[in-house]
Design a protein around this ligand. Structure first.
Ligand SMILES: [Mg+2]
Length: 180
């Protein structure tokens, strides 16, 4: 049997990295990917505290033909290599790349969180979903995790258990959730 562990699930754009400017819409290239300052260090802290860390991202740009699956994989390889230098690489990355109308794995579906729970042995009820969009909060709630909202430019119509406006606030919230 797998040893079941808690996890922190992270949305990507707007949480880990600066969201793409509206005109760009989808990040296709590593040179356009910029970590939010302080996030690699915070991810390293979460990992060092013994939590699994899983990236859960909707990337419809692939389904729209604006980028290839290989572009996305290459971007994530580069991201992971950079994070690994900080001791902060994600344990697994799940991306929903199909069009919204047909891709049932996309957030707000909890599908990708369930896949991660099964693949990695995660106790969802002791885990947290962190995101900047209502659909991140919906996915977390549907999977039975706690929710942490990174408040940014996105409209907020879904409640969350915790809110953070800066990386420092997010770090403070996360530290209060560390157990043992
Ligand atoms: Mg986001």
């Amino acid at each position: 049997m797998k040893p079941y562990r808690p996890a922190f699930f992270f949305d990507r754009d707007g949480v880990v990295n600066q969201p793409p400017p509206p005109a760009m819409r989808y990040l296709r290239r590593w040179e356009d990917f910029h970590f939010i300052e302080g996030m690699p260090a915070l991810l390293a802290e979460v990992k060092a505290a013994g939590y699994l860390m899983v990236l859960i991202t909707n990337q419809q740009g692939v389904g729209k033909g604006l980028m290839s699956a290989e572009d996305l994989a290459e971007l994530h390889r580069a991201m992971q290599a950079e994070l690994a230098e900080h001791g902060a690489a994600f344990d697994r990355i799940y991306a929903a790349t199909g069009l919204a109308e047909v891709d049932h794995r996309r957030k707000p579906s909890p599908q990708m969180l369930h896949e991660a729970a099964s693949d990695l042995g995660i106790t969802l009820a002791q885990s947290w979903m962190i995101g900047d969009h209502d659909n991140d909060m919906r996915a977390g709630k549907a999977a039975g995790t706690g929710t942490i909202r990174v408040v940014g430019e996105k409209a907020v119509t879904v409640s969350s258990d915790h809110e953070a406006r800066t990386v420092d606030e997010l770090a403070t919230v996360i530290r209060t959730l560390f157990t043992g």
